[in-house]
Design a protein around this ligand. Structure first.
Ligand SMILES: C[S@@+](CC[C@H](N)C(=O)[O-])C[C@H]1O[C@@H](n2cnc3c(N)ncnc32)[C@H](O)[C@@H]1O
Length: 264
């Protein structure tokens, strides 16, 4: 074993999924890792308030990304994790939601493993599931929809994307479509779905800043969704849910559902 290997073995990295933002949606295991950390490398999304409760000796490094702008390139974040671990530190990488759901957690794990640094993952409550739930939108609902499909609204180069599976979830009404990072792509997404034959009245719910005091839900029929989002100024972060479960009143007792007006 070389001395570099010994150094790498001395420190370690823990990827912690912090949940959608509310501190009490951070898991107990995640919190335990945080209070044992020497260094915390944190994102913008997630329960950043909890960082105020850590000891004064904990070094906090903010590598937060804003939409369309990576504050710190991913390669630098990977290198940062490895560098601090090699100094013998316990590094916690705090991420929004779950590290392995559009969180680039896989790249960070691979970078640590490649450098011989011990790395563990603490799963988090993903916004893909939690944010709709907090807004009263069940991703599956007996008698309504029995599956869901989670996609990103952006490709690497920022183009709107919906693969054929995502489109068929909506056109065949067989699964709920959940879109992360889809706010700016919403007009293109709506066009793509309507062009593919989706029913214009398909319910859409857009949940911004889920789990925070600023949480807001905007509902509209598919054909009016982009216009409505624009009118009310929907902004990121938001989770977009498309499908019958997004209808207002889906959780009401059958027979007592209010006949939904088309919102717009
Ligand atoms: C880079 S992805 C990270 C997803 C994260 N790993 C997860 O599992 O939730 C960021 C996207 O997650 C969604 N998101 C994360 N937190 C959110 C929140 N509190 N409210 C609404 N959307 C959120 C938004 O679609 C945002 O653009």
């Amino acid at each position: 074993m070389t001395s570099a290997d010994n150094e790498a073995a001395a420190g370690r990295v823990t990827l912690v999924g912090g949940g959608p933002g509310a501190p009490d949606l951070l898991t107990f295991r995640g919190w335990r890792a945080l209070i044992q950390a020497d260094v915390v490398v944190t994102d913008r999304l997630g329960p950043v308030e909890v960082l105020e409760d850590l000891g004064p000796d904990v070094e906090i490094i903010d590598v937060g990304k804003t939409p369309g702008h990576h504050a710190v390139p991913q390669e630098e974040i990977n290198a940062l994790l490895v560098r601090h671990a090699r100094l013998g530190k316990h590094v916690v990488r705090l991420k929004g939601g779950d590290p392995f759901v559009f969180g680039r957690g896989g790249e960070e794990v691979a970078a640590c493993r490649g450098a011989g640094v011990q790395v563990d993952v603490v799963p988090g409550v993903s916004s893909a599931l939690a944010v709709p739930a907090l807004a009263g939108v069940p991703l599956t609902h007996r008698g309504t929809t029995a599956a869901f499909h989670v996609v990103t609204g952006h490709t690497r180069d920022g183009e709107a994307v919906l693969d054929d599976v995502a489109v068929s979830c909506v056109t065949t009404r067989t699964a709920t479509l959940v879109i992360l990072m889809g706010v700016s792509a919403l007009p293109g997404i709506v066009r793509r779905l309507l062009d593919a034959g989706a029913e214009p009245t398909t319910p859409v719910a857009i949940v911004e800043r889920g789990s925070t005091p600023e949480q807001r839900v905007t509902r509209a029929a598919l054909d009016l969704a982009a216009k409505r989002a624009d009118e009310v100024g929907v902004s990121s972060p938001a989770v977009i849910v498309i499908g019958d479960v997004a209808a207002d009143g889906v959780l009401e007792v059958p027979g007592e559902r209010t006949v939904g007006e088309r919102s717009g």
